[in-house]
Every structure is written in structure tokens, then in C-alpha cells.
Design a protein around this ligand. Structure first.
Ligand SMILES: [Zn+2]
Length: 223
């Protein structure tokens, strides 16, 4: 464990921000039960605050959140560390621009991922804000994705969101709210894609029938 300790007032503020974000994620139905996880980087020490295993997004408190150091050690805690701890820590190690991660098992997005279909960035907003949401397959032994599968995708600094086959989603950001917004946009986009795909199938349309479109910037540049 690190000899340095987090600044007490920063730790309290980050815990409160994480509690508020987790509650928003739960209230929007992006994560039920005790699955998923979210974390935030501390500035005062090389460490993060993260939800432990077995605690729901709506049940996070200052007392059950854990502090994990980027060297892989954990502050002593009565709670079991999350199965996702390793991939969270590794993403903070490889991407200094990431200050927060929201990982949840939101149903529309996870449905797409479980069908082996990458969620298309099909609105002008998602093209601008996200660009691409790579689909990350299960681990080689069929188990849930770990840092072995997730980190290589996020080594590309342009990647801000990804979807895990048979598992869930990952949104990263400079702040907890930015990562939470991505979790919401991923789910919203999957929902829109499902409606589009169902309507196209019902009306015998294919992607070739749809207009080509781009962002407002691209439209302005084409004038
Ligand atoms: Zn998960």
C-alpha cells in the first residue's frame, strides 16, 4: 500500500460525487441489483475510489466505498473488492486523461453486445460525441472481460465508450458526470438502433435505403 494517504477533504468530496452518480445511474434504470461498477480518480494520491462487490448503485455510502491504489493495493476494507477492480485500475494507468469510469449492465446496450452486434453511432450527436463504441468479446475462456481484453481497446486515446459482449458497457470521462452521460448515451443509442432496425425490417428497408449524413461540422464544410 502507498505510504501516502489521500487528502481527507478530497476523498470525502469524491466519495460524495460517486454516490450521487451511482444513484442517478440506478434511478435511470441503467443498473439494478449489485452489478456494475463505477470509480473516480483521486488527485492527491495515485489512487481511485471504487464501489466494492455486492453493494448496489443505490446503496453506496462513504463507509462502503473503497480506495484502491494504482500499484494494485487496496486500503483495508470490510468489503470484498469488485471483480472489475483490475480493469478499472489498468485504464487509469494507461490513460491519464481518464478521471472516471462508469461500467453498467444496461439492458438495450447489453442486448446488442450479446447478439455480437456493435451498436452503431447512428445519430449526428453520437458521431460527434463518441465516434465509435467497440464491441469487446468475452475472455478466451468464455468468462467476463478483464483488463486483458479491455485495456488494448482503450489504448486508442480516441475511445471513450465500449460495449462488452454478454456483460455490459463502459463509459470513461474527465469527470464522473461525463462518464455517466456516456453510459446514458450508449443505452439511448442502443434503444434508438433497435427501433430503427425493427422498423426497417418491418418495412423491408435496408441500410442502402437510408440517406448518408454527417455532423453539423461536416455539413458546414461541404457548403
Ligand atoms: Zn460488469
Amino acid at each position: 500500500m502507498s505510504a501516502q494517504k489521500p487528502d481527507a477533504s478530497e476523498l470525502e468530496a469524491k466519495k460524495d460525487a460517486l454516490i450521487a452518480t451511482a444513484r442517478r445511474c440506478f434511478e435511470r434504470g441503467l443498473q439494478t441489483n449489485a452489478g456494475g461498477n463505477l470509480s473516480v480518480r483521486l488527485a492527491s494520491v495515485e489512487a481511485i475510489v471504487i464501489k466494492p462487490s455486492g453493494v448496489g448503485f443505490a446503496e453506496c455510502t462513504r463507509d462502503n466505498l473503497q480506495v484502491a491504489y494504482l500499484d494494485g493495493t487496496l486500503e483495508p476494507s470490510a468489503f470484498k473488492p469488485s471483480k472489475d477492480l483490475d480493469f478499472h485500475v489498468d485504464l487509469y494507468r494507461i490513460r491519464p486523461d481518464i478521471n472516471a469510469i462508469v461500467h453498467c449492465h444496461s439492458p438495450w446496450a447489453t442486448g446488442y453486445a450479446s447478439a455480437g452486434i456493435e451498436i452503431p453511432c447512428l445519430t449526428v450527436q453520437t458521431i460527434e460525441k463518441i465516434g465509435r463504441m467497440p464491441l469487446i468479446p468475452l475472455s478466451a475462456n468464455g468468462g467476463p472481460q478483464t483488463d486483458v481484453e479491455i485495456s488494448p481497446v482503450f489504448r486508442d486515446a480516441s475511445i471513450r465508450a465500449a460495449v462488452l459482449a454478454n456483460h455490459g458497457t463502459i463509459g470513461v470521462g474527465k469527470t464522473l458526470m461525463a462518464a455517466q452521460y456516456l453510459a446514458e448515451i450508449i443505452e439511448e443509442t442502443a434503444h434508438i438502433a433497435f427501433v430503427r432496425d425493427a422498423l426497417m425490417a418491418a418495412h423491408g428497408k435496408t441500410l442502402a435505403d437510408l440517406p448518408r449524413y454527417g455532423t453539423a461540422k461536416e455539413a458546414a464544410a461541404a457548403l
